[in-house]
Design a protein. Structure first.
Length: 39
């Protein structure tokens, strides 16, 4: 959602913006998950 909105506002291609947003989201979730497992 935010990736598509940013792409429309910035007039960039839609698919790379959405894919980048999903990948960054997954990385963020994974980092927080593993930090949570440590403590």
């Amino acid at each position: 959602l935010t990736g598509s909105l940013a792409a429309k506002l910035g007039e960039f291609h839609l698919r790379p913006a959405i894919i980048r947003n999903i990948v960054i989201g997954l990385i963020t979730v994974a980092i927080h998950y593993y930090i949570g497992k440590l403590f």
